[in-house]
Design a protein around this ligand. Structure first.
Ligand code: PLP
Length: 397
């Protein structure tokens, strides 16, 4: 017998919270754990542009034949345009190759497997804090993890000096994980001048950036959010990008993302890409079609693209509105502590500064679920649940 020896794995810190939430029978319960966008009615509906693309695809579909290892061909071109911008030198010089992959997570894992098997780079630096699944993904693939400073708890702000000081001690060939925008969990992003410094540091010290780009369009806009990636990509010869369309197209369960490699020239990029394809072949052979077809259909059609952009703008603006309302409601509930930093943060999440004890009390006494680190998914707030959340927070601090 071999299976009786296997120990129980710990519950995933975020998905485990959703399981506990589902079992909670209290009627006013609120889940601000997992990063899922909710509309004002508390729903996560399919985007209208996605529904229209699916109708087109259903009509046009003639076969369920396998895709190539790299996925839908047209998809990979539209992804590169989103990442690097129309007319980018990287695209024109054919230094980038893209493979469709299952979500941001699958893309990160393919990138990590490729790196471990084909390069000397075995150390990856991640921000402290970072998305809870990062260490899990990269360590499972065989990379060793080091942390760079990112967040100053006292000011609820960026600790850029710590970031630079820590990255100064990285060795040539080390990998640096950077959140393209809407840093998870802090919601604090680098500004253009800081991206320039980080890009130059990577170039000078021969560090290889790995961008995790899961929230394009949730910060300031589609083009604006790609600013950091584009600044860094213009300075370094080599980088990797793992992007996801789970959030910005609401395609969570379609598992759609992409891994993109940029090398110094077309020949090196093509050779590395052949190894990425080998990794994919050994992992899931080739990706599922539906998500890639949806995204490429929308991005290749002017009117669908416009509709998607306005739906994305609506999501972004609603979250910004919830940030302001949350801060105001905390004040009106008598909370003296300054939470104004929440309205300056980007994307779905806020790092609230609430401690473990307070987080546990919110769950146990008030059925308000947030992650143990104090990360709150603002995208799960609505005008209806904000008073419930703020009253509860007022009781625990
Ligand atoms: N990277 C970050 C920073 C995320 O927050 C997430 C999802 O929450 C992902 C990657 C993974 O996205 P996906 O659901 O597409 O695998």
């Amino acid at each position: 017998m071999i299976f009786s020896q296997v120990p129980q794995a710990p519950a995933d810190p975020i998905l485990g919270l959703t399981d506990a939430f589902k079992k909670d029978t209290r009627s006013e319960k609120v889940n601000l754990g997992v990063g899922i966008y909710k509309d004002e009615a508390g729903q996560t509906p399919v985007l209208k542009s996605v529904k229209k693309a699916e109708a087109i695809l259903l009509e046009a579909e003639k076969t369920k034949n396998y895709l190539g290892i790299e996925g839908v061909e047209q998809y990979n071109a539209v992804v590169q345009t989103l990442l690097f911008g129309q007319g980018s030198d990287i695209i024109n010089d054919k230094r980038a190759f893209t493979a469709q992959a299952p979500g941001g997570t699958g893309s990160l894992r393919v990138a990590a497997e490729f790196l471990v098997r084909n390069t000397e780079s075995k150390t990856l630096w991640v921000s402290n804090p970072t998305w809870a699944n990062h260490q899990n993904i990269f360590q499972t693939a065989g990379l060793s993890i080091k942390e760079y400073g990112y967040y100053k708890a006292e000011t609820h702000d960026m600790d850029f000096d710590a970031m630079i000081t820590d990255l100064q001690s990285a060795q040539a060939g080390d990998l640096i994980l950077l959140h393209g925008c809407c840093h998870n969990p802090t919601g604090i992003d680098l500004d253009a001048a800081q991206w320039e410094i980080v890009g130059q540091l990577c170039a000078d010290k021969e560090l290889v950036p790995l961008f995790d780009f899961a929230y394009q369009g949730f910060g300031a806009g589609i083009e604006e959010d790609a600013q950091g990636l584009r600044i860094v990509a213009a300075k370094v010869p080599e980088l990797l990008i793992a992007n996801s369309f789970s959030k910005n197209f609401g395609l969570y369960n379609e598992r759609i993302g992409a891994v993109t490699i940029v090398a110094a020239d077309e020949d090196a990029a093509q050779k590395s890409f052949s190894q990425i394809k080998k990794t994919i072949r050994a992992t899931y052979s080739n990706p599922p079609a539906h998500g890639g077809l949806i995204v490429s259909t929308i991005l290749s059609d002017d009117s669908l693209r416009q509709e998607w952009e306005s739906e994305l703008t609506e999501m972004r603006q609603r979250i910004a509105e919830m940030r302001t309302l949350f801060v105001e409601t905390l004040k009106s509930e008598g909370v003296d502590q300054d939470f104004s930093f929440i309205s300056r943060q980007n994307g779905m999440f806020s790092f609230s500064g609430l401690n473990k004890d307070q987080v546990n009390r919110l769950k146990d006494e008030f059925a308000v679920y947030i992650v143990g680190s104090g990360r709150i998914s603002v995208a799960g707030m609505t005008k209806q649940n904000i008073p419930v959340i703020c009253k509860a927070i007022a009781q625990v601090i």
